[in-house]
Design a protein around this ligand. Structure first.
Ligand SMILES: Nc1ncnc2c1ncn2[C@@H]1O[C@H](COP(=O)(O)OP(=O)(O)OP(=O)(O)O)[C@@H](O)[C@H]1O
Length: 239
């Protein structure tokens, strides 16, 4: 695998819950080293798409490939082993486990050599606050610290593609800036691509190399941020 990883290719993907079809036909790509933003109003299916890409929901149609690897019907651990990391919306950290234990769970997603090496120092360099709180229970951390822990837990497995579902949601502005800085440093480093669900149009368009807008189960607009028109914002993003 190259330093920058592979291209994620999603073709005509359909997904949903039971009889209810949330995503009807999604076609998109995340190329190595890119930050791609997925935008769309509440409830259009952004989280459903992230979970489907990660193998947590089985697609009803279409394909998901990462480089040469066919992941369409694969269980989540195969995605993790292929180099895809996932930070779910709402963080999902283990509140009864310590910060260190939460990070070790992230290592379980990694291959054998990474597991042996333990939690990489770079994680504490990115999130100094976690290094100071290793023995604290996850549940005792503030919302912003929990979000940092959730991202750090994904990063310990050194993914090549990181799926980030609304990482700034419900956290205070100073931490938002910390998390923005982490995403910016990932982008500057070019060692990982990021698929980011983000509600802030300002941040999304400042960081993204490419964007997709989801509406009614389809991708209704895509392009470089500079090409996002006011008309598209009004039609598909304004509340
Ligand atoms: N576990 C579930 N079972 C059944 N329906 C669900 C489930 N989770 C989500 N849905 C439905 O699927 C649709 C898409 O939800 P999803 O959470 O993917 O949207 P979203 O774009 O991520 O929204 P938000 O921005 O509010 O997080 C919604 O109509 C929602 O009610």
């Amino acid at each position: 695998m190259t330093k920058a990883g592979n291209t994620l290719t999603i073709d005509k993907l359909a997904s949903g819950y039971g009889e209810s079809m949330v995503l009807r036909e999604i076609t998109m790509k995340v190329r190595p080293g890119q930050v791609v933003c997925l935008m769309g109003r509440n409830g259009v299916g952004k989280t459903t798409l992230m979970k489907t890409i990660m193998g947590l929901i089985k697609p009803k149609n279409g394909t998901i490939r990462y480089g040469e690897q066919e992941l369409t019907a694969a269980p989540p651990y195969r995605h993790a082993r292929a180099g895809i990391g996932y930070v779910p919306q709402g963080r999902d950290i283990f509140s009864q486990l310590t910060v260190e234990e939460n990070l070790k769970i992230g290592l379980e997603a990694a291959g054998g050599s990474l597991r042996k090496a333990g939690i990489p120092e770079s994680v504490y360099e990115k999130f100094p606050v976690l290094g100071q709180m290793l023995k604290r229970k996850g549940g005792d951390l503030s919302g912003g610290q929990q979000q940092q822990l959730a991202i750090a837990r994904a990063l310990v497995a050194e993914p090549k593609l990181l799926l980030l579902d609304e990482p700034m949601e419900g956290i205070q502005p100073s931490i938002v800036m910390d998390i923005e800085r982490v995403i910016e440093s990932i982008k500057a480093n070019q060692s990982m691509s990021v698929l980011l669900v983000e509600q802030s149009l300002t941040f999304a368009t400042s960081i993204a190399d490419y964007y997709y807008v989801l509406d009614k189960g389809m991708i209704v607009a895509e392009g470089t941020p500079a090409s996002l028109s006011e008309d598209q914002v009004r039609k598909h993003l304004a509340v």
